[in-house]
Structure formats: structure tokens, C-alpha cells
Design a protein around this ligand. Structure first.
Ligand code: MLC
Ligand code: AMP
Length: 495
């Protein structure tokens, strides 16, 4: 059996630049060589990792991609974890997925090694591996499981979404075809690499195509502007919050700087928004400022990208467009009827080769999430003049903030550990910058008090920054229905 197609294609672009930073250039050949060396080190005495789970805690860039390919080439399942997560969040992901090896770079090794010791996980510091490959890498079937991504949902703890190499390949091929990726493309990468937006839509599509990626440790408008005005990019992908921040930064720039930056943006062949709803007003503001019509698309960790505005043709503000190549989409009404016409809302259900296998070790949740072979997204949409428009989510317990999907239940469970909190309800309130702002409504224990800064300080060691409530309301009691259950629509009305 030949190499995995994603790896095999790199030989076609061996001399092209895969990663570029201000000070370094790495070719596809270097990516092949480095991933073979790391893969060989991972294998040690073994011939094949046989789907062992290998966590990845490495800064975005060439070494991240090499480590990711190393895991795949050695036969492991990659579990990328959030660089800025807290120790309890790391511990949950590592234990839930049964990780046996963790690949880390020198920058993170001090932070994670006590946890690895505690859990008996083998730590591989990639910066200490400088040798050439010493082993033959195994042949890997595309039907093998490749990746686990943790995603929040309507349970208090995140679930691991398992995809095979074939799933990942289908997700990549659909986007490469629809958005006409080519080896001439150059794209910045400032999104986190533990979610599909960064991993699939940016890094994997670029590497599949022989394009060049410019990685950044985090999003920073000034850094991006400097490169945009130098015409560094042909393609740009971001979440709506980033477009809001770019608009604010452009408006604050001097007229001369703004004109130079806008010229850079206007020359790009494609600018995409996704991971959360792009308000039509932001879409229109961006066009007014740069002349670019953002292409909005819709996707999800479990399915990859499903619906997209067209590359050629009308990109309609407020709508997500049509099903992508190789993806089947249907709407199902609350009464269980498949909607064939327009203007009638229903749940988006998706089928196709990109759709995930199952949640890791959760057979019941996996079975429940499929309806006769179609994945139930939990998102509502309607077809209008041929295009899908997302209307919202079925569950009030799912919040999207800054493009991150958060579980209100997970945050509530953590807040209940606070010594002063007796009861709480977490909701997402509309927010111009973040899409939704995590908001906690709490009932305190007798004779105690709580301020937002104190809660945020307490939350820092327990929750990733984007999960910590941005707003706090202390109430005497939570609104409940006749059955005594907290009703979130009534909680919302408190604001
Ligand atoms: C951070 N802050 C927030 C916040 N996140 N405030 C409100 N709501 C949030 N969600 C605050 C911090 O507390 C801090 O405050 C300040 O903002 C700066 O924090 P930061 O972490 O440095 O923020 P920044 O780097 O600006 O992050 C913004 C961002 C980031 C948009 C770049 O959130 C991001 O990368 N989001 C993308 C996530 C993503 O890739 N999602 C895709 C999932 S896949 P202070 O007071 O300390 O200054 C998916 C499928 C699909 O959804 O369809 O793609
Ligand atoms: P995640 O589980 O992090 O992959 O997030 C997937 C969710 O993001 C979807 O179920 C949607 O709720 C939301 N989402 C992604 N793209 C869009 C979009 N263009 N408009 C509205 N919601 C979106």
C-alpha cells in the first residue's frame, strides 16, 4: 500500500516552500524528512503505533505540521490539545482518550511534564530529536483512525470526535475543489491548531495543494496588516470576531496606512469567514472598506465543511450558500418531515465521506447523533432563494464565542465548585465582537459575595480564557418552571 495521499502529494512540491516566517523557510522536502525523523523516534522499538493516541502540544508552524505527519506516518491517532488550556482541561482530554505519548516542544515541556508524570504518559520533546530517521515507517490505510478533536456539546464534558484519514481527505478535497486552492496560494495562519478551522481548512488544504503557510503564535492585527500591505497573501481565513477586530483596527489607522492595507486586502483572490455567524453588517462593512466580498461557509468538527457560498457567483450576506462538493445536506422539520421547499426551517443534517465515525468511547452519544445515517448538527436553517441561511442552534446550552464552541453545562459544573456559588445558569448573550459573551447568573450562599473580577481570577486556573464568564449577575433565585427546572429563556429575560 502506498503512502497516505496527503504525504505522497508533498513529493510533487518537494522544493516549494511549505512554511515561511520572518526568519525561516521550510520546504515540502524538509517537511517529509522531519516528519520521517519524528515518526521514527515515536516508533522506538515498535513497527507501528497501531492507533495509539498521541497528544500534540506544539506551537503553530513547521514543527507542528511535521509532528502531526509523524504521528500519522507512524500509525498513531493525533490528539491536538489547546496550548492555553488549564491543567484540569488537559488532564481530562489525555485521560478520556487514553493518550500514551505526548509530543511537546521545548517551550511547553515545563508546563506539561508534571501531568505526564502523574498520568504515566511518555513525553517526547521534539526539540531534542535531531537525528535522521532510523526506521522504516509502516504503511497506513486511509480507513485507519487519524485524529480526535475534543468538542463541547450538550453534555457537561467535551466529547472526542474521531475521524479517519479518509474522512480528513474528503474534507480537504471538497474545499480544494470548491475554493480552487493551488500551489500558488499563500495564507496566514493565526487560528489555534486544536480545531478544524486551523487544522483542515488552512493547514491541510494548503499542504495538500503545495501552497505556502505563514504561521503566527496568535492573531495580532498590526502584524497581519504589515504582511497584507506587502501583498504576502492570496487567501485569508478567519472567524467573524477577527473581521470585527480588523475593521476596528483599520478604522483606527491613519488614512495613508489604511489605504495601503486595504489595497493589500483587495488584491487577495479569496477571503473566507466561518465557525460562527458573520453578521450581514460586518460582511457589508468589510466590502465597503476593502472591496472584498467575504465568502461565508458553515461547518462543524464532526463533519468538516458542509455548506458554502460559491467561489464564483453570488456571496450573499447573512447566508451560507449551498452544499459543498461531495456533501449531502437536508433539513428536517421538528415533526420529522424532510423539507423540500423554501422558507420552512429545519435541522441541518449532513451525510458524506467527510462525516466522522463516532465520538471516542461514547457509543450512546454517537448513535443518538445520527438519524438514519445522517449526522444531526443541532443547527437550524432555512432555504431562501436557493441558499441556506443559519437560524440558530437547537440547544440553548451551546455557546459560540470568538469562534469557540462552548458548553454552558461544562461552565456551570465548574462554577458550582466555587465556594460562594450555590446555584448558577450560564447563557450566551449577543455581543458585537465575540458573537456571544459567556454570561453567568448565580445565586450565592448566605453571607457571601462575588464580583466579576474575583470570579474571573478564580476561573483562570480552571477554565480556558474564552470559557470564563465575561458577565456576571447575582440574583436571589433562578427562574424555574412548574417542574422546578431552571428555564434558560427566562434567565435571558433577566437582561
Ligand atoms: C478572549 N477574550 C474574550 C474572549 N476570548 N472576551 C470575551 N469573549 C471571548 N470569547 C478576552 C481575554 O479575556 C483578554 O482580555 C482579551 O480578550 C485578549 O485575549 P486573547 O486570548 O489574547 O484574545 P485574542 O487573541 O484577541 O483572541 C481572539 C480570537 C480567538 C478571535 C483570535 O478567540 C480565536 O483564535 N478564535 C478562533 C477559535 C477557532 O479557531 N474556532 C474554530 C473552531 S472549528 P484581557 O482583559 O485579559 O485583555 C469550528 C468549525 C468551523 O468552529 O466551522 O470552522
Ligand atoms: P465546532 O463544533 O466548534 O466545530 O463548531 C461548529 C458550530 O459552529 C456549528 O454547529 C454552528 O453552530 C457554528 N457555525 C460554524 N459556521 C457557522 C456559520 N457560518 N454561521 C453560523 N454558525 C456557524
Amino acid at each position: 500500500m502506498p503512502e497516505l495521499p496527503l504525504i505522497a502529494r508533498a513529493h510533487m512540491h518537494a522544493r516549494s516552500v511549505a512554511f515561511r516566517t520572518a526568519t525561516t523557510l521550510h520546504t515540502y522536502q524538509q517537511l517529509l524528512d522531519r516528519s520521517a525523523a519524528l515518526g521514527s523516534a515515536l516508533l522506538g522499538e515498535e513497527e507501528d503505533l497501531n492507533e495509539a493516541r498521541v497528544a500534540l502540544l506544539v506551537s503553530p508552524g513547521f514543527e507542528y505540521a511535521a509532528a502531526q505527519w509523524a504521528i500519522w506516518r507512524a500509525g498513531g491517532i493525533k490528539l491536538p490539545i489547546c496550548l492555553s488550556a488549564t491543567e484540569p482541561e488537559w488532564e481530562y482530554a489525555l485521560t478520556d482518550s487514553g493518550v500514551s505519548i505526548l509530543m511537546v516542544d521545548a517551550a511547553m515541556v515545563g508546563k506539561i511534564s508534571p501531568l505526564c508524570q502523574k498520568l504515566g504518559v511518555r513525553l517526547v520533546n521534539i526539540d531534542s530529536i535531531t537525528t535522521a530517521p532510523t526506521k522504516l515507517l509502516p504503511e497506513i490505510s486511509t480507513e485507519r483512525r487519524a485524529m480526535i478533536l475534543y468538542t463541547s456539546g450538550t453534555t457537561s464534558k467535551p466529547k472526542g470526535v474521531v475521524t479517519t484519514h479518509a474522512n480528513i481527505q474528503a474534507q480537504i478535497e471538497s474545499l480544494v475543489q470548491a475554493w480552487e486552492w493551488s500551489a500558488a496560494d499563500r495564507i496566514p495562519m493565526f487560528l489555534p491548531l486544536h480545531h478544524i478551522h486551523g487544522i483542515i481548512n488552512i493547514v491541510s488544504c494548503a499542504l495538500w495543494s503545495g501552497a505556502t503557510i505563514e504561521p503566527f503564535a496568535k492573531f495580532d492585527a498590526a502584524t497581519i496588516f504589515a504582511r497584507v500591505r506587502a501583498d504576502a497573501y492570496t487567501v485569508f481565513m478567519a472567524v467573524p470576531t477577527i473581521y470585527v477586530k480588523l475593521i476596528q483596527a483599520l478604522e483606527a489607522a491613519s488614512p495613508a496606512d489604511r489605504a495601503a492595507i486595504v489595497t493589500g486586502f483587495s488584491k487577495m483572490r479569496l477571503m473566507v469567514s466561518g465557525s460562527a455567524a458573520l453578521p450581514a453588517s460586518v460582511h457589508e462593512q468589510w466590502t465597503a472598506l476593502t472591496g472584498q466580498k467575504l465568502l461565508e461557509r458553515y461547518g462543524m468538527t464532526e463533519i468538516g465543511m458542509a455548506i458554502s457560498n460559491p467561489y464564483h457567483g453570488e456571496r450573499r450576506p447573512g447566508a451560507v450558500g449551498l452544499a459543498l462538493p461531495g456533501v449531502e445536506v437536508r433539513l428536517k422539520s421538528e415533526t420529522g418531515v424532510i423539507i423540500t421547499g423554501e422558507d420552512e426551517p429545519g435541522e441541518i443534517q449532513v451525510r458524506g465521506p467527510g462525516v466522522f465515525r463516532a465520538y471516542w468511547n461514547r457509543p450512546a452519544a454517537s448513535a443518538e447523533s445520527f438519524d438514519d445515517g445522517w449526522f444531526r448538527t443541532g443547527d437550524m436553517a432555512v432555504r431562501e432563494r436557493g441558499y441556506y441561511r443559519i437560524m440558530g442552534r437547537l440547544s440553548v446550552d451551546i455557546i459560540k464565542s470568538g469562534g469557540y464552541k462552548l458548553s454552558a453545562l461544562e461552565i456551570e459544573a465548574t462554577l458550582l465548585e466555587h465556594p460562594n456559588i450555590c446555584e448558577c445558569a450560564v447563557i450566551g448573550l449577543p455581543d458585537d465582537t465575540w458573537g456571544e459573551a459567556v454570561t453567568a447568573v448565580v445565586v450565592l450562599k448566605d453571607n457571601t459575595s462575588l464580583t466579576l473580577p474575583a470570579l474571573r481570577e478564580w476561573g483562570k486556573s480552571r477554565l480556558s480564557v474564552y470559557k470564563i464568564p465575561q458577565r456576571l449577575l447575582v440574583v436571589k433565585e433562578l427562574p424555574r418552571n412548574a417542574m422546578g427546572k431552571v428555564t434558560k429563556p427566562a434567565v435571558r429575560k433577566l437582561f
